[in-house]
Design a protein around this ligand. Structure first.
Ligand code: NDP
Length: 293
């Protein structure tokens, strides 16, 4: 391996510590404790783990955590009623409804019911629009984490060729917007892209957000590129065991890239850290205070 390993765990711990320090200043100077409400509908085990980890990290950073666990049979009207109560609750500055939701609930309707000022996931169309217009916004956590990780290796991204593979509203599109805001020349690739290896090869910064295990091979990567692997894929590891791999064939890519994120331990830990940072930002903005840097 010749690439520098980008240690998402350590970088996320650093960001969480910064959020904790800023939260304690907010409490001391303004008597304000940012509050994050997380809503889980149903018993999906992966979602339950995420929600537990989010709650733990929230409390550790000195923020208030409000968990709402609802039955899998919850109706859309019941969930919308809870969102409306949380929108009106002054102790709640951020609202996150864990996705996916059960089939009887229209996720988009729920996302659009959240007050954009409390939309710490950054999925509300108002925040997506503000991001794309270059206005202050609550920006989705995983994409922000990707850019923070890339900038630890190359603080000035201006002029870089960036290729984002994946165009979802939660990862691909916002990460592309953020890289554009950093003055990169951005290409967004997707399932209909012709010659994906050739497109990837152009990248100084390659962000993989596809959801296909190890799809991006080492010979698709320009020597020295920064590779940010968002993918989280569980695959068979033999003897009835499973393991997590990214969207990038790690060993091959690490032999040519300049820097690369591992899976696990790369982008994943940044998501929760950026969620805490968004909650702090939302609370500050709701109180009319400047958003912490
Ligand atoms: P989606 O399924 O919503 O989007 C996947 C994207 O990849 C689509 O735009 C799709 O293209 C594109 N794609 C699929 N197949 C190909 C292909 N063969 N060639 C090129 N592009 C392709 O996924 P998400 O954006 O939600 O998530 C992507 C990955 O990131 C997943 O592994 C997910 O688990 C992970 N993830 C990790 C997070 C973290 O905290 N680390 C947070 C969120 C997601 P098209 O639009 O044409 O269909």
């Amino acid at each position: 391996m010749s690439a520098t390993l980008i240690d998402g765990k350590a970088i996320a711990a650093d960001l969480r510590a910064k959020v904790a320090a800023a939260a304690s200043r907010l409490a001391r100077d303004h008597g304000l404790v940012p509050g994050l409400a997380v809503v889980l509908v149903g018993e999906d085990p992966a979602s339950a783990v995420y929600v537990r980890n989010k709650g733990k990290a929230t409390v550790e950073a000195g923020l208030a955590s409000f968990e709402h666990k609802l039955a899998a049979t919850t109706s859309q009207a019941e969930l919308l009623a809870l969102v409306s109560r949380l929108n009106a609750d002054p102790a709640v500055h951020g609202i996150l409804v864990q996705l996916p939701l059960p089939p009887q609930i229209d996720a988009q309707a729920v996302i659009e019911a959240i007050d954009p000022a409390k939309d710490v996931d950054g999925f509300h169309p108002v925040n997506a629009g503000r991001l794309s217009a270059g206005l202050p916004a609550l920006v989705p956590c995983t994409p922000v984490g990707c850019v923070i990780l890339a900038k630890t290796v190359r603080p000035q991204l201006a002029g870089c060729e960036a290729v984002v593979v994946g165009r979802s509203n939660i990862v691909g599109k916002p990460v592309a917007q953020l890289l554009l805001a950093e003055n990169c020349t951005v290409t967004i690739a997707h399932s209909k892209t012709r010659d994906l290896p050739g497109v990837c090869w152009r990248a100084d910064i390659l962000v993989a957000a596809v959801g296909r295990p190890e799809m991006i091979r080492g010979d698709w990567i320009k020597p020295g590129a920064i590779v940010i692997d968002v993918g989280i894929n569980r695959v068979e590891a033999g003897e009835g065991k499973t393991k997590l791999v990214g969207d990038v064939a790690f060993a091959e890519a690490a032999a040519v890239a300049g820097a690369i994120t591992p899976v696990p331990g790369g982008v994943g830990p940044m998501t929760i850290a950026c969620l805490l940072a968004n909650t702090l930002k939302a609370a500050s903005m709701q109180a009319g205070l400047p958003a912490p840097a």
